[in-house]
Design a protein around this ligand. Structure first.
Ligand code: TYM
Length: 353
């Protein structure tokens, strides 16, 4: 499996008439706001891929409950997630935007795939090891353990060509391909083997205070994360106080200068200016000027995003309509795949009388 660059695709590239090849991805509603890692690592690609693909994007509420959630907070975050997807540019006219729990086929296929997964195979998933490390394995839920298998189901149900994600999801994609292959081999060719779509430049946005660690909701300090919905003034301050490396030269070098390199990545991604050009632009200037300018770029970017999200959140009825029509589109596809799976494993078809 290779790291993808933009897949070149003709408007009708699947070989099945006029159907466009599919993309699918999901995001967890486990924080009040998405952060820059989510946006640059994944969401931006979702927006771009809508153009030439048939897109399915969902909010992984079932994944969220693998760790304890306050029901009221979770419900609120799910709608905030939907609003943020739309504010980021995911277009409900073109993309199916839906809640995972609205399409029961995800959990249904997950059971079948769990029965196909080796215990040792599931145990090798590094995210489980990381996420269960804090409280110890004994305290982690079985759901957290089987999380990657639910993720495989999310993907395989839609038979997508590409799954746009950040680097941290690569291992789950590998499991997904293994399970698809196993099922196809044991029963009959049913699933497409999906390719990860991981843009090298933004595959791992790092923490502003700890620039060798990935930017993550569970970061030790809030100052390390830029939340898309933060007050723009706060985001600007976080950029200005980001950890930079020794020396004063603005240069891209992830080993020697992980902090500056991360800021260059963000700067380049937000402005479309190449890293090379940026380095030239800041030749002879210090970190101060560089961070001040990036802070302005960030403010300019997050302000309209935040305003649009808040506007969308004022109209819950429209958000719920978007989710309902997304779930209808998704269910139509997912139920067909599930019916094939049930048939192939030997379940008796229910007859309606
Ligand atoms: P989640 O909710 O943790 O993150 C959503 C997306 O953001 C990417 N991402 C990052 N990319 C670059 N740098 C970072 N620092 C960074 N942090 C997060 C993630 O890689 C992801 O693409 N298991 C998934 C949700 C999921 C899913 C799926 C994704 C459930 N089912 C099916 C794809 C297909 C997750 O927890 O993502």
């Amino acid at each position: 499996m290779s790291t993808s660059t933009a897949p070149q695709v003709a408007a009708s590239g699947s070989g099945t008439g006029t159907a466009r090849p599919r993309v699918l991805s999901g995001i967890q509603p486990t924080a009040d706001s998405f952060h820059f890692g989510n946006y640059l690592g994944a969401l931006r690609q979702w927006v771009d891929l809508q153009e030439n693909y048939e897109p399915f994007f969902f909010i992984a509420d079932q994944h969220a409950i693998t760790v304890e959630q306050d029901p009221k907070v979770l419900r609120d975050r799910c709608l905030r997630a939907a609003a943020q997807l739309i504010a980021a540019g995911v277009d409900p006219e073109r993309s199916a935007i839906f809640m995972q729990s609205h399409v029961p086929a995800h959990a249904q296929l997950s059971w079948v795939l769990q029965c196909l997964t080796g215990f040792g195979e599931a145990r090798r998933m590094t995210q489980f090891k990381d996420k269960s490390a804090k409280g110890g394995e004994g305290a982690a839920s079985v759901g957290l353990f089987t999380y990657p298998i639910l993720m495989s189901s999310d993907i395989l149900l839609y038979r997508p060509h590409y799954v746009p994600v950040g680097e941290d999801q690569r291992q789950h994609l590998e499991l997904t391909r293994d399970l698809a292959q196993r099922f196809n081999h044991r029963y009959k060719k049913t699933f497409r083997l999906p390719e990860p779509y991981i843009l090298k430049a933004t595959a791992k946005i790092t923490d502003l205070q700890e620039p060798t660690a990935k930017m993550s909701k569970s970061a030790s300090s809030a100052n390390g994360i830029i939340d898309m919905l933060d007050d723009p003034k706060v985001s600007a301050k976080k950029i200005r106080s980001a950890v930079t490396d020794s020396g004063s030269e603005v240069r891209f070098d992830t080993a020697e200068k992980p902090g500056v390199s991360n800021l260059l990545t963000i700067y380049s991604a937000l402005t479309g200016t190449s890293i090379e050009e940026l380095v030239g632009q800041y030749d002879g200037k210090g970190y101060g000027d560089f961070k001040k300018d990036l802070a302005e770029v960030v403010v300019e970017f997050v302000t309209p995003f935040r305003n649009r999200t808040l506007e969308l959140l004022d109209d819950k009825e429209t958000l719920n309509d978007v989710l309902a029509s997304g779930a209808a589109k998704a269910s139509a596809v997912a139920e067909r795949t599930l019916a094939d799976v049930y048939d192939r494993v030997g379940f008796v078809k229910p007859v309606s009388r």
